[in-house]
Write a protein that binds this ligand. Structure first.
Ligand SMILES: Nc1ncnc2c1ncn2[C@@H]1O[C@H](COP(=O)(O)OP(=O)(O)O)[C@@H](O)[C@H]1O
Ligand SMILES: [Mg+2]
Length: 236
């Protein structure tokens, strides 16, 4: 029996392969890659540009479909779900933070953070309360009514982190979430995610180039030539 179905890991990827195919151009990125992320575990993914880190994160989050293999999120086989069910699972169980914030420009910080909660069918009042509390905890209580264009880069990224966390996901997937920030703001955003991990046992899978950040995670993996290798502490 599949172990992932008995004691669901937060994320379990099995023999994952991805080849991009556009016309006659085939770009194999990796093949036969496996990864299990336990509840509360923090994992850093290192790798050179073009190694396939974003591709891997997209597959883990159900944003793209693997060419081969399977991804299970909290024990659910992603390929067996309808698009709607996959979207609902993603909204409930996963939080995404990208290098660029992807906030909706015409909505305020508060509205942006409320949206994932509203999509869960929560009342506007409850969604507003939760979003407000979270924005306060990331130091944006005084910026609730600001639109992304009226926030600084660091404030935008903190709002994006708040949005990723507001549904208390089982796992946050971050694609260079601090890559675009100055060192001080990057540290604030990173600490915020670690605090979430400590307080709510949210698993973290973060792609990063910063080894100083990677060192603070439970496990450090390197994606190189299509293979995922666990680095020893003295290699990080
Ligand atoms: N949509 C796509 N179509 C074709 N090739 C792609 C596509 N997205 C990424 N690639 C290629 O796949 C490889 C891995 O890309 P990516 O996952 O973005 O790497 P990383 O995030 O590690 O920099 C790269 O060689 C890239 O050019
Ligand atoms: Mg990338």
């Amino acid at each position: 029996m599949n172990e992932a179905l008995v004691t669901p890991a937060v994320i379990h990827a099995e023999h994952l392969g991805k080849t991009y195919a556009e016309g006659s151009l085939r770009t194999p990125v990796f093949d036969g890659l496996s990864l299990t992320v336990a509840k509360g575990e923090t994992v850093a993914i290192l790798g050179a540009s073009g190694a396939g880190k974003s591709t891997l994160l997209h597959l883990l989050g159900g944003l793209d479909t693997p060419t081969s293999g399977e991804v299970y999120v909290v024990g659910q086989k992603m390929s067996a779900l309808s698009d709607a069910a996959r979207g609902a699972l993603r909204n409930k169980s996963l939080g995404f933070v990208y290098q660029f914030h992807h906030l909706l420009p015409e909505f305020t910080a508060l509205e942006n953070v409320m949206l994932p909660v509203l999509l869960n069918g929560t009342s506007v009042q409850d969604a507003s309360q939760r979003a407000r509390a979270l924005l306060e905890s990331v130091g944006l209580g005084h910026r609730l009514a600001h639109k992304p264009g009226e926030l600084s880069g660091g404030e935008r990224q903190r709002a994006a982190v708040a949005r990723a966390l507001v549904n208390r996901p089982a796992c946050v997937l971050g694609d260079e979430p601090t890559g675009n920030l100055d060192e001080k703001t990057a540290a604030i955003v990173f600490e915020l995610m670690l605090a979430l991990n400590r307080e709510h046992h949210t698993s973290l899978v973060l792609v990063t180039h910063a080894r100083s950040l990677a060192r603070r995670m439970d496990r450090v993996l390197e994606l190189h030539e299509g293979k995922l290798r666990e680095l020893r502490r003295d290699e990080v």
